[in-house]
Design a protein around this ligand. Structure first.
Ligand SMILES: Nc1ncnc2c1ncn2[C@@H]1O[C@H](COP(=O)(O)OP(=O)(O)OP(=O)(O)O)[C@@H](O)[C@H]1O
Ligand SMILES: [Mg+2]
Length: 507
């Protein structure tokens, strides 16, 4: 272990940081130190203040009180530019790339490469290519429009941008939330190279196993205050971290898998579905009360399968039926009318009304239920939303708040909550706990299990093998747009799935 405080003077000292938003104290008297060359992990439940703390450091927010010393200087960043110039690179949780610009343009935005006073597209391109190759992604072309990239691809570009300047400290706010295990391994290689060169990293993640792999020290935030500071990763067991984060002891985050009656008829039947020309036909069914997991790498075709089942893409051939009735292919309206609900992977772009209140977000798919003779019933909507908020343990519990101002994990719970209030027969969940903290995750698993218990058929797409195995009855392993294996979750291990995925992708 290198670069811990004590042996080095701190690179960063934040003292008594205070940040208030209207009606909320997001940070209270927070003290936080980072040593050169260390990976300092910030842990905490959704809404604990992690992103707010790093935004104060990155010059996005100005603190109401407190002092920041960086690299021996008292600093007072009034804009993100000031922080960048001081040597702080940031990968934000909600990516801030310009979708209509190319990869290279995004990487060098604000510090365009010049040669003899003229901007040099060529040198930008070659530097971008070099950075992307270093990050293990030579296939991302500098000329591509960022909007065409997947969420994981965009994350890589954001990382390349943070690395495109000289940095002393790099902040990563939940970078692994959209990456699969191979990409996380690439990311960690990059982190190790950086720290070996004395660069410090602030790493935010809800995945404790990642913290074990990459972290040196940990600071835990709880409700805007530092519940524990400078814990050594090597000396702090998970149970202790969870206790600091949640204030309680959680023995298992998964509810017991409910037993299924083999005679229950299927609710969802997918027969010989060909998703795109040249693909193999896919068939499977899901019974009432059953949770089916789709495991595989990002890009293996799991989300495409969901898309074709839900009708957001039109299948080449084959059929999808709910309760024995075939659904018109390529029509999400027909799918929703037949009782299907989808919680998409990219909750921000596809599922949330960010500028609207929680009430509007909760009532969106079921607006008819609250309308009496054309008028919406405000008091009933409010009550129904409040019930959802309590059920999902959303923080803060205010139905009139804009979705945008909630933390990432709480936003995910809203998307899920919308379908809970809709009442559906088949629920499709794409990465349901991405960016959701340990406490909230176990609440979401409980909800999913209860929904299944009430007779809903559920499909879960997840990159977390632990989640697929802990939550589902059956697992389909998907690789290269094909189902390469199917088995009860109880008969599979994480290792077996990884082997199957790797074999499948080399066939
Ligand atoms: N711009 C804002 N306006 C008002 N409130 C905000 C704003 N940004 C954050 N908050 C509030 O500050 C608190 C801390 O939020 P923050 O985003 O820092 O949490 P977090 O620890 O990063 O959570 P997550 O793990 O879900 O990303 C939350 O209650 C959030 O609703
Ligand atoms: Mg956050």
């Amino acid at each position: 272990m290198t670069g811990l405080a004590g042996s080095h003077p701190a690179l960063l000292q934040m003292r008594g940081i205070e940040k208030r938003f209207p009606g909320i104290i997001a940070l209270h008297q927070v003290t936080f130190d980072v040593a050169p060359g260390e990976v300092h992990c910030l842990l905490g439940q959704n809404g604990a203040g992690k992103s707010t703390l790093i935004k104060v450091l990155a010059g996005v927010h100005q603190p109401n009180a407190g002092r920041i010393v960086f690299d021996g200087q008292d600093v007072d960043f009034s804009s993100p530019d000031d922080a960048i110039k001081a040597g702080i690179g940031t990968m934000y949780q909600e990516l801030d790339l310009v979708e209509s610009l190319t990869v290279a343009e995004n990487i060098f935005l604000g510090h365009e490469q010049t040669r003899g006073g003229f901007s040099s597209r060529k040198s930008e391109q070659s530097k971008a290519r070099e950075l992307l190759a270093r990050l293990g992604h030579p296939e991302i072309s500098p000329d591509m429009e960022v909007g065409e990239l997947s969420a994981a691809g965009q994350q890589i570009v954001s990382m390349a941008r943070a690395l495109s300047r000289e940095v002393k400290l790099i902040i990563m706010d939940e970078p692994s939330a959209v990456l699969d295990s191979e990409e996380v391994a690439n990311l960690f290689d990059t982190v190790r190279t950086l720290t070996a060169n004395g660069v410090a990293v602030i790493y935010i993640s809800h995945r404790l196993e990642e913290i074990r792999m990459i972290g040196d020290r940990i600071t835990v935030l709880k409700d805007g205050t530092a519940a524990a500071s400078n814990l050594l990763v090597s000396e702090t067991p998970n149970a202790e971290l969870i206790r600091y984060m949640t204030g309680r002891t959680i023995s298992s985050i998964f509810p017991p898998v409910r037993s299924l009656d083999e005679r229950t008829p299927p609710v969802l039947e997918v027969k010989d579905l060909v998703i795109a020309p040249g693909h193999q036909p896919i068939s499977f069914s899901v019974r009432a009360g059953e949770i089916l997991g789709l495991a595989g790498l990002v890009g293996s075709g799991r989300s495409e399968i969901l898309g074709a089942v839900y009708g957001s893409t039109k299948a080449v051939s084959g059929s999808v039926a709910v309760d024995g009735k075939k659904i018109r292919s390529g029509s999400t309206v027909a799918a929703v009318n037949a009782g299907m609900g989808l919680c998409p992977e990219e909750r921000k772009s596809q599922a949330l009304l960010l500028d609207d209140t929680l009430i509007a977000n909760f009532t969106l798919p079921s607006i008819g239920r609250f309308a009496t003779a054309g008028f919406t019933d405000g008091a009933r909507e409010y009550r129904a939303s409040m019930e959802q908020i309590e059920k999902l343990e959303l923080r803060p519990a205010d139905p009139r708040r804009e979705a945008r101002t909630l933390s990432g994990g709480n936003q995910q719970k809203i998307v899920l909550g919308r379908w809970l209030s809709h009442g559906c027969r088949v629920l499709l969940l794409d990465e349901p706990t991405r960016g959701v903290d340990v406490g909230a995750r176990s609440e979401i698993y409980q909800l999913v299990s209860e929904l299944a218990g009430s007779g809903i058929a559920i499909i879960v797409v997840s990159s977390e093998l632990e989640e697929v195995l802990g939550l589902c009855h059956q697992v389909l392993v998907v690789s290269e747009q094909r189902i390469v294996h199917r088995a009860p979750a109880g008969e599979l291990s994480e290792h077996q799935i990884l082997d199957l995925v790797m074999e499948g992708s080399t066939l």
